[in-house]
Design a protein around this ligand. Structure first.
Ligand SMILES: [Ca+2]
Length: 347
């Protein structure tokens, strides 16, 4: 936008003797006027694209169901420029096929997907949905190589949304010590400060951290700015019947995919842990945060080290109703004005 004042400054379209002399080497007033019109006519989308937040998503999609709901939110958030997806934990190739197919169905057909190093086998029934799926966007290069190249392409700009164990991110940071200052920030779902999974008022070793505590230690000591969404702001985000019904009757290809994946997952009530990390990139007012010093212990607890310099911004409180309003308005907007009766079927 800085171009416009320069081009418009003091110019009224009339040629002056001085301007006539300069006309062979500098743009004429008429040319400037045309340029101004061209800028004004530039599609709003082009300006919006310049302001998008470039993100990479590192996910263990395929075991729990919330990663699929998180990718759906990414796909329906025009504020984000999804540069790519990497997969972590267990059969990372199967997870990559699942992520790539979900992105394809959502209309994001040019988003590369790279698998991380495979880990120990884990249940991942949802990956059956993408069995045999092929796409040129399924990369041969590994997750760490891909992440590194994307960060180096845009130093200081890229936000990594980490919604799985931190194995890939630790490997990335260890692969090149000079990378950390080039990452804008890491926004993660993980950890537990004052509450666990079941509303107990004591911290637990949260899954993403406890799956690879050594990796979490690398990430928390890397100096990369961290926004942490622990169980304190995610464990209460149960997607109950009315909200599920709204999503599953939206009848878009993306929500149809979520419906199928939900049935393959074969449990009743999803908890939308991971979508909160995505939501916080876009709408940070969804949680109250505090700067804290987080130390990860060998069991995967995320302890607050009082008196030490903070290394993370930690989300500590949220209003679940506001979160679901935010989520549903994006992933299932069609039913936003539906009669209440439609949304209150018997459980
Ligand atoms: Ca996850």
């Amino acid at each position: 936008m800085a171009l416009l004042p320069v081009l418009l400054d003091g110019r009224d379209g009339r040629a002056t003797p001085d301007m006539a002399k300069e006309s062979s080497t500098r743009p004429t007033s008429r040319m400037k006027t045309i340029l101004c019109f061209a800028l004004l006519l530039m599609p709003a989308a082009a300006w919006a694209a310049r302001r998008k937040i470039p993100v990479l998503v590192d996910t263990d999609i395929g075991t729990d169901i919330d990663d699929a709901f998180a990718l759906a939110l990414v796909a329906r958030s025009p504020e984000l420029q999804l540069l790519g997806v990497t997969t972590v934990s267990g059969d990372t190739q199967a997870r990559a096929r699942l992520a790539a197919k979900l992105l394809w169905v959502a209309g994001l057909r040019r988003v590369p997907v790279a698998a991380g190093t495979p880990g120990k086998p884990l249940p991942m029934e949802q990956t059956r949905w993408a069995k045999g799926f092929r796409s040129p966007e399924l990369l041969r290069e590994g997750a760490v190589t891909f992440l590194r190249s994307e960060i180096l392409r845009r130093p200081g700009q890229v936000t990594i949304i980490a919604i799985g164990p931190l194995t890939n991110l630790a490997a990335l940071l260890k692969s090149d010590r000079a990378l950390a200052p080039k990452i804008r920030r890491i926004v993660m779902m993980g950890g537990s400060i004052a509450r666990g999974y079941d509303d107990e008022r004591r911290p637990v070793a949260e899954y993403n951290i406890a799956s690879d505590p050594a990796a979490a230690q690398v990430v928390f000591s890397s100096g990369v700015p961290i926004l942490m969404c622990p169980l304190d702001v995610t464990a209460m985000l149960q997607l109950r019947h009315e909200a599920r019904h709204r999503i599953f009757t939206e009848l878009t290809p993306l929500t149809d995919a979520l419906t199928l994946l939900y049935h393959l997952w074969n449990q009743r009530t999803p908890t939308l842990f991971d979508p909160m990390a995505v939501a916080m990139v876009i709408e940070p007012s969804l949680c109250q945060t505090e700067r804290l010093a987080i130390r990860v212990d060998a069991q995967g607890f995320t302890r607050v080290a009082k008196g030490e310099p903070p290394n993370a911004t930690v989300a500590l409180h949220t209003d679940p109703a506001k979160f679901f309003q935010f989520y549903l308005s994006r992933v299932a907007p069609e039913k936003a004005s539906a009669p209440t009766a439609l949304l209150q079927l018997p459980r």
